[in-house]
Write a protein that binds this ligand. Structure first.
Ligand SMILES: C[S@@+](CC[C@H](N)C(=O)[O-])C[C@H]1O[C@@H](n2cnc3c(N)ncnc32)[C@H](O)[C@@H]1O
Length: 259
């Protein structure tokens, strides 16, 4: 695979804006693991190009980076605005010939994508907003052949409980802990995602802790302290694979293989 063009600010965190530096720290762990996993699938399949489906890919932050690795990427998303932004972003990054947007949703995936027709499925930050995420795992299993890669990012329950308590919303924190929310984003535990993935026919490869520190570090530190952005990235990477940090992570990144 050719090397992907870096996202804005990725090459030199020191020259990026505070929001770009924070954004980079939020996605760095996911991207590093995903890039390695896609490389392995490419080698195993001995394919010239990977076919990647990004469900709820939105404006294409990941889709465009994956296309930069040389893959063909189909983004299925219900938002026409997001798809228009995806199109612009793909053209700006010179990968428009490898990125296609299709209006649709995870619920209609079976009518949009042939069974077993893609090598990898990404679904980042989407299961959190679905009324019932269970059928989505089945839909991912259906479009992947045996050996296909699944990359899922979801919000993690315990960090959200802690964040509410630290903001002084103690009743909300307890409510979130004890009752699945009826509105707003859903949160998951490590056990939830493991059970859903294995129940749908996936073997779990890794579960990474994502955004353990990125949302907690004050903007002023990232703005003013030389080397803080690089130190934050290094710290996020250092704890990503340590299971004791999973309950502290804002998000979980699951990499799984279709059995
Ligand atoms: C938080 S954004 C994540 C975007 C992208 N995956 C990323 O990581 O940058 C959530 C995306 O899910 C899309 N979405 C919402 N409901 C969906 C559904 N039922 N099926 C597929 N995508 C959905 C939204 O339009 C939005 O683009």
């Amino acid at each position: 695979m050719a090397s992907a063009p870096p996202p804005p600010g990725a090459g030199d965190p020191g020259s990026a804006t505070v929001s770009q530096r924070r954004g980079l720290a939020r996605t760095a762990v996911v991207w590093a693991a995903l890039e390695t996993a896609l490389g392995s699938v490419l080698r195993e399949r001995r394919a010239e190009r990977l076919r990647v489906l990004d469900v709820g890919g939105g404006t294409g932050d990941f889709a465009v980076r994956v296309a930069g690795l040389g893959a063909d990427v189909l983004v299925v998303d219900p938002s026409p605005d997001a798809l228009a932004a995806l199109d612009r972003r793909a053209r700006e990054r010179d990968v428009a010939d490898r990125v296609r947007g299709l209006q649709g949703d995870v619920e209609s995936l079976s009518s949009l994508v042939e069974p077993g027709s893609v090598d990898a499925v990404l679904c980042h930050g989407v299961l959190d907003v679905l009324p019932d995420p269970a059928p989505a795992w089945e839909a991912f299993a259906r479009v992947l052949p045996a050996g296909g890669l699944l990359s899922v990012v979801v919000g993690q329950l315990h960090a959200a409980v802690l964040a509410r308590a630290m903001a002084g919303h103690l009743h909300q924190a307890r409510e979130l802990l004890e009752t699945p929310p009826t509105s707003g984003p859903r949160r998951f535990t490590v056990d939830d995602v493991r059970a859903s993935a294995t129940g749908a026919g996936f073997g779990i490869d890794t579960v990474h802790a994502v955004r353990v520190f990125s949302d907690l570090v004050p903007s002023a530190l990232l703005d003013l302290e030389p080397g803080a952005a690089e130190a934050l990235l290094a710290l996020e990477s250092a704890v990503a694979e340590r299971p004791e940090y999973l309950p502290l992570a804002q998000q979980l990144h699951v990499l799984a293989t279709r059995v």
